[in-house]
Design a protein around this ligand. Structure first.
Ligand code: MG
Length: 304
C-alpha cells in the first residue's frame, strides 16, 4: 500500500476501540477500511459531493460566532479542492447563509444552505427562503416579542425563520431552568402548521422550514435528476452537532457511496459512520479528498 493511501491522523468509529483517557490512537480497522472504500469509489466518477457544517466542524465553536474562524489550514485545503473544479461543495449551517462567505473567503464562491437548510444561497448570489403560513408567522412573531422582553435567563437569538434559545456556558442547574421555560413556551407552537423544534447542544430552536436532513435530500434530488453528472457520485457530510444527525441519516440512505462523519473532540452517540477529531484528523480527511479528487490521482489509482 503506497504512502499516499495512508490516512493522515487517526480515524475511529466507536469508543471501545478508543482510549477514554484521551490517548491518541490510530485508525480502527473498520473505519480505515470504510474510508479506503469511500475514497476508492472516486475513481471514474466526475463530481463527488462534499457537504459541510461550519461551526464546530470547520471552525472551533465561539460564543461570539463572528470570531469563529476556520482551523489553521482548513480554509486552504477547501480552496484547493474548490479550485480543482471536480467537487461540488456546499456548507449547510444553522447560521444565516450570508455569514459563511466572509468567514471562508473561498474562490470560486461556495453554495451555502443557511438556517439549517431553510435558506439557500447560490454561488451567484441568488437566495431562497422557506416561508411559513401567515397565521404561523404571526404566532412566531408573538414569541419573538415575548423573548425580546424576557429572554428566560438564556441568550435569545432572532432568526429570519425562527427563534433560538441558547444556554451554553450556564451552570447545569441554570441550563435546566432555561430549557424548561423554553420548552414551556415553544411546545404549544409545534402544533401549528410549519413550525418544528430543533434540538442542538446547549440550545433549542423553534423554526420554519427544512432541517439539515432536508437540505441533504434536496441536494440529492438534484443530483439524482442528473444535474452535473452527480447521480451516482460519492458524497460525504461532515458535522458535529445533534442538528447534523438528520443529515447523517439522509446521507446513509444513498448506500455505500454516502459517508457520514462526526467531527468532534469527544465521541458521543451518533448515526455517523466515522468519527474525526479536529483539526488534524479533519485536515487529513480533506487532504485525502483533495488527492482523490485530483484527476491525475484518480487515473493512478485506477491503474494500481
Ligand atoms: Mg456545528
Amino acid at each position: 500500500m503506497g504512502r499516499e493511501r495512508r490516512l493522515d491522523g487517526a480515524l475511529r468509529r466507536k469508543p471501545g476501540t478508543v482510549d477514554w483517557l484521551g490517548k491518541r490512537e490510530t485508525v480502527t480497522p473498520e473505519a480505515a477500511d470504510r474510508l479506503e472504500e469511500f475514497f476508492a469509489s472516486f475513481a471514474g466518477r466526475s463530481r463527488p459531493l462534499l457537504l459541510l457544517d461550519y461551526d464546530g466542524t470547520l471552525a472551533p465553536f465561539r460564543v461570539d460566532r463572528f470570531t469563529a474562524r476556520p482551523w489553521a489550514g482548513v480554509r486552504e485545503l477547501l480552496e484547493e479542492i474548490q479550485r480543482q473544479g471536480q467537487t461540488r461543495m456546499a456548507v449547510i449551517t444553522g447560521r444565516p447563509a450570508a455569514e459563511i462567505a466572509p468567514m471562508l473567503a473561498l474562490t470560486p464562491a461556495l453554495e451555502v444552505w443557511g438556517l439549517h437548510g431553510a435558506e439557500r444561497l447560490f454561488p451567484d448570489g441568488r437566495r431562497e427562503l422557506e416561508q411559513a403560513p401567515a397565521a404561523t408567522q404571526a404566532r412566531l412573531d408573538e414569541v419573538r416579542e415575548h423573548l425580546r422582553r424576557d429572554s428566560l435567563g438564556g441568550l435569545f437569538e432572532d432568526k429570519a425563520n425562527g427563534v433560538v434559545m441558547h444556554w451554553r456556558g450556564a451552570s447545569r442547574h441554570k441550563a435546566e431552568q432555561i430549557e424548561h421555560r423554553t420548552r414551556e413556551l415553544f411546545d404549544p407552537l409545534t402544533r401549528m402548521e410549519g413550525l418544528a423544534l430543533l434540538d442542538f447542544e446547549a440550545g433549542l430552536e423553534l423554526r420554519v422550514g427544512r432541517n439539515k436532513g432536508g437540505a441533504v435530500e434536496a441536494i440529492l434530488a438534484e443530483a439524482a435528476a442528473g444535474v452535473d453528472g452527480q447521480a451516482d457520485s460519492p458524497m460525504a457530510y461532515l458535522g458535529d452537532d445533534l442538528s447534523d444527525e438528520a443529515a447523517f441519516r439522509a446521507v446513509q440512505r444513498v448506500g455505500r457511496r454516502g459517508l457520514s462523519v462526526l467531527v468532534r473532540r469527544t465521541w458521543r452517540e451518533t448515526a455517523a459512520e466515522v468519527w474525526l477529531r479536529p483539526p488534524e484528523e479533519l485536515k487529513g480527511f480533506l487532504r485525502r479528498w483533495r488527492e482523490a479528487g485530483n484527476t491525475k490521482s484518480i487515473f493512478n489509482s485506477s491503474n494500481r
